[in-house]
Design a protein around this ligand. Structure first.
Ligand code: ATP
Length: 239
């Protein structure tokens, strides 16, 4: 289990994350909602070791993660899929995927690559194409695949549906669900509330750095006023 306890992150005078507690269990999707600037990306980046904590702790399977450099966080089994996908456009799909597996032994890379191609057949079909030629949805799948190449136990997803057409969002959300079914714990930041709620078990809402609501996804679904209170009119109409 991934566990954040009283996590604070500061950028100079700005306290971007203020006392966040949360847990992510294997095989489940935890959803983090909240308006722009709420601190969601900062919280994910802190877990990935990209920004230091001002105080608090992050542990995984009982051992401290906070304070480790990003590559050691990946080795411990926690990997970030950043906002905007950030695939290497001039490289082929397969080259992008192999970069994700650069810490693993060769034989292992072949095996993991086969699993990734099985989960994302579209990547297999186009393995020799430049990543820059892929559509937004395909690039998101490549970003997922690249993360899976390190055989993670926890995947942090920063707005995977951003900028994608609704039909493509459905496919992406299905893939997130499949990743969870394979046993991976997912911590997903999403602006697309509806799509996120379809697959999440736990939901948290962040505002101004702090968690202002935490509860099971079912409760949020049946009690729309919960979300309305924290996210306003747009809460359940975005797509
Ligand atoms: P969005 O959905 O817009 O990405 P968010 O909830 O992910 O929003 P963050 O990007 O984590 O929010 O930003 C939280 C706060 O920290 C904001 O006030 C933002 O301006 C500030 N912030 C984010 N990154 C930096 C940085 N590198 N330096 C200084 N301040 C930052």
């Amino acid at each position: 289990m991934l566990e954040l306890a009283e996590v604070h992150v500061r950028y100079g005078h700005v306290e971007a994350v203020r006392g966040v507690d949360l847990q992510v269990r294997p095989g489940t999707v935890s959803l983090m909602l909240g308006p722009n600037g709420a601190g969601k990306s900062t919280m994910l980046n802190a877990v990935a070791g990209l920004v230091p904590l001002a105080s608090g702790s992050i542990t995984f399977e009982g051992e401290r993660l906070s304070g480790l450099p990003p590559h050691r966080v990946v080795r411990r089994g926690v990997v970030l899929v950043p906002e905007g996908r950030r695939v290497f456009a001039p490289l082929t799909i397969e080259e992008n995927l192999r970069l994700g597996g650069h810490t693993a032994p060769r034989a292992k890379v072949r095996e993991t690559l086969a699993k990734v191609y099985e989960m994302f057949p579209i990547l297999a079909d186009r393995r020799s194409s430049s990543a820059g030629l892929l559509s937004g949805g395909e690039q998101q799948m490549l970003a997922f695949g690249r993360a899976l190449m390190s055989e993670p136990k926890i995947v942090l997803l920063d707005e995977p549906s951003m900028g994608l057409a609704p039909a493509v969002v459905d496919t992406i959300i299905e893939k997130v669900s499949l990743m969870a079914e394979s046993g991976i714990g997912i911590l997903m930041v999403e602006q697309n509330t509806e799509a996120g709620l379809d697959i999440a078990s736990e939901v948290k809402v962040m505002n101004r750095g702090g968690v202002v609501f935490a509860g099971p996804a079912g409760q949020v679904r049946t009690d729309a006023s919960v979300l309305h209170a924290f996210l306003g009119d747009a809460a359940l109409t975005e797509s």
